[in-house]
Design a protein. Sequence first.
Length: 281
Amino acid sequence: MPARIAVITDSSSCLPDLVAARWAIGVVQIQMSLGNHYDDENRFDRGEVIDAMRAGQVITTAPPDPGAFFWTYQEAAASGATAIVSIHISGRMSDTVRAAREAAQQVRIPVHVLDSRTTGMSLGFAVVSAARAAAAGADATRVIEAAERRCTTSTEFIYVDTLEYLRRGGRIGAAQAMLGSAFSIKPLLTVKDGEVAPLARIPGTRRALAKMVDLAVKKSGGFRADIAVTRFGASDHELEIGRQIERRVPAMVESMVVEASTVIGAHLGPGALGITVSPVG
């Protein structure tokens, strides 16, 4: 009997439910705390979280319990998987990978845990590539290679209104150097070496978003690429950004507008927008 590889990720991958279901991807929820409520991030109302952030309420996040991974792995094994590839948010941003590895030691089938060294749809596209390879009958080695190739070639461009939320959550990384910029200067960020890193300082929101689009178009370089626009809370910008990219990237394979996971949004802040460029092939 040929091997059947199950693909698991965590909720920071920002995968829409329909995409995860289509490719039979298991998604383990990162934890979040707001007031007296501590639960899976998908159990929080996004609008209420945004309102709480704007009101200055404290929000904290935590990796999934190893038990959540264990039961997800057990369910995959019970469904006939002969091995599991589990792909997660950068270990420099979260202890999620550590929790997954702890659980993997307790499972009777092989579990290969990958630190993606990224997050968001860079992780999401990598997970989908892995799941496609698994669905085509690839063995664990080839499934891992498919994921690693997308992780290493994808790029995140991130706009935030302020760095304050990243600072509060301790996820600011090398972008620490941008703190103290004038209010009108908007930071553009990326993910480098597994953590948030500075990219540019641009005066004004519209100029910053235009610069982010320019960078994404340049990064696509005429090659075939999947592109996602990620938002945390609806704004007037994400659909226009999507239209601009569709006009300017003729080799785009797939495009989508997705909601940032609530946990990612809790660190980036209301109004955050991102563009993921993920070369195909």
